[in-house]
Design a protein around this ligand. Structure first.
Ligand code: M6R
Length: 363
C-alpha cells in the first residue's frame, strides 16, 4: 500500500523520520543519552580491526561506517564490496569482528563473504532489515534496522537505518576503547536523536527538487562530489540517479577531480556537490570553483550560503544546520530526492527500474 504517495519509493523516503527513530530507540538509552548496545560476544576494547562487507547501497553505508568507526573509536576498518572480498580471501586478525550490511539479508555475495569470515574465526555481526533472513540466521549477533518492508528497488529508508546502526556502533566501540568521553558520547547521541526531526523538516517542501529535475533530465552525464565522511554519499547519490533515471552519474571524492574526471566538465555537465559546512568545506569549495571555471553547472547541496561558494550555482539545496557527526544521515535525503524527482519527471518506472531486482541472490 503506497498510502498517499505515487510510488513506494516516495512513501519509503517519507517514512524515514519514524523508522530511524525506531532503529535508534533499540540501541540508545534516550534518557541517559548513552548507547545501549547488545553484547556482540567479543571484547570491543581489544579489537585490532573491524571488517565490513556488503553490496551496492549497503556497501556505501558500510563505507560511511568506516569513517565513523575510525574517527570516533580509533579502530582500523577494512571494507570491500562482497563480490571482491570473497574471492580476495584476505587474511583476517584472530578473533576479529566482521560486520555485514544487508537490507534483504539474502544477497549471495554478502552471504558468501560472511561464510568466509566465519571460517577464518571472525565474530559475525550483521545489520539486516529482514530478521528471518539467511544472513541474520548465520550471524552471531544481529543489529536490526527497523525500517519495515522496503518495496522500492532503490534502497532509501534501509540505507539511513543502516547508518543509524553504524553510528551507534561507532559510539559503542569508542566508549569501549576509551576513545570518546562520556560528554562526547552524550553529544553524539543527542545529535542522533535530532535526526528524525531534521529529516521531517526537509521533507516538508520538495519544490526545489522538482525544479532541478528539469535540468538534470537533459543531462547525459552527472558528476557527484563529496569529501571525507560525505564522499560515500556522492557514490550513493550517483547510484540512485543511475538506477532510477538511467542518467549516467559518477561519484568522486572531490579531491580526485583534478586527477582525471575534470576533463569531462563542460556546460552540459551538472555537478552535484555535497558540501556541509564541516572542517573540509573550504577544500570542497575550492574544487567547486575549479569545476565552475570550466563551465560546469553547480548544484550546491549545503547548509552554507550560496555566496560562500564564490561562483554561480544553478541550484542551492539548503540543508538544516546539524551536528557534523550526523551529516551523512541528513545529506542522504537530498541524494534520494534528486534521483526520485528526476526519475518521476522522466517518466521511468521508479519502483521497478529496468534490469534490476530487489534482492540479488545469484552471484
Ligand atoms: O539486500 P541488500 O542490502 O544486501 O542489497 C544490496 C544491493 O543489492 C542494494 O543495496 C542495491 O544496490 C540497491 N538497488 C540500491 O538502491
Amino acid at each position: 500500500d503506497k498510502g498517499n504517495h505515487r510510488h513506494f519509493m516516495a512513501k519509503e523516503i517519507h517514512e524515514q523520520p519514524e523508522v530511524i527513530s525506531h532503529t535508534l530507540a533499540n540501541l540508545i538509552d534516550m534518557a541517559a543519552g548513552r548507547v545501549n548496545f547488545p553484547d556482540l560476544g567479543v571484547d570491543l576494547s581489544k579489537l585490532s580491526r573491524v571488517t565490513i562487507s556488503a553490496c551496492g547501497t549497503a556497501y556505501y553505508a558500510g563505507l560511511i561506517g568506516k569513517y565513523w568507526i575510525e574517527r570516533y573509536a580509533r579502530v582500523p576498518v577494512e571494507i570491500d564490496v562482497a563480490s571482491e572480498f570473497r574471492y580476495r580471501e584476505p587474511p583476517l586478525p584472530e578473533g576479529g569482528l566482521a560486520v555485514f550490511v544487508s537490507q534483504s539479508g539474502e544477497t549471495a555475495d554478502t552471504l558468501a563473504t560472511l561464510r568466509y569470515c566465519k571460517s577464518q574465526g571472525q565474530r559475525i555481526a550483521s545489520i539486516v532489515n529482514v530478521r528471518t533472513s539467511t544472513i541474520a540466521r548465520e550471524s552471531d549477533a544481529v543489529l536490526p534496522t527497523l525500517a519495515g518492508p522496503e518495496v522500492g528497488v532503490a534502497s532509501t529508508k534501509a540505507f539511513t537505518c543502516q547508518l543509524a546502526v553504524l553510528a551507534a556502533l561507532a559510539i559503542a566501540l569508542g566508549r569501549a576503547r576509551g576513545a570518546i568521553s562520556a560528554e562526547l558520547e552524550q553529544e553524539l547521541v543527542g545529535a542522533l536523536m535530532e535526526v528524525p526531526r531534521h529529516i521531517s523538516s526537509m521533507l516538508s517542501d520538495e519544490s526545489v527538487y522538482e525544479a532541478l529535475a528539469h535540468d538534470l533530465s537533459r543531462a547525459r552525464d552527472v558528476l557527484y562530489l563529496g569529501r571525507g565522511v560525505n564522499f560515500p554519499l556522492a557514490l550513493e547519490g550517483a547510484l540512485k540517479l543511475k538506477e532510477i533515471s538511467y542518467i549516467h552519474a559518477e561519484g568522486y571524492a572531490a579531491g580526485e577531480l583534478k586527477h582525471g574526471p575534470i576533463a569531462l566538465i563542460d556546460e552540459s555537465v551538472p555537478v552535484i556537490v555535497v558540501a556541509p559546512k564541516d572542517e573540509l568545506f573550504d577544500k570542497t569549495v575550492s574544487n567547486v570553483q575549479e569545476v565552475a571555471a570550466r563551465g560546469g553547472q553547480i548544484v550546491f547541496v549545503s547548509n552554507g550560503e550560496s555566496d560562500e561558494v564564490g561562483c554561480d550555482v544553478v541550484a542551492h539545496i539548503t540543508i538544516p544546520d546539524v551536528h557534523p557527526f550526523t551529516n551523512p544521515l541528513i545529506y542522504a535525503v537530498p541524494a534520494q530526492l534528486i534521483a526520485y524527482h528526476t526519475a518521476v519527471f522522466m517518466g521511468t518506472d521508479v519502483d521497478q527500474p529496468r534490469n534490476l531486482a530487489k534482492s540479488v541472490t545469484v552471484e
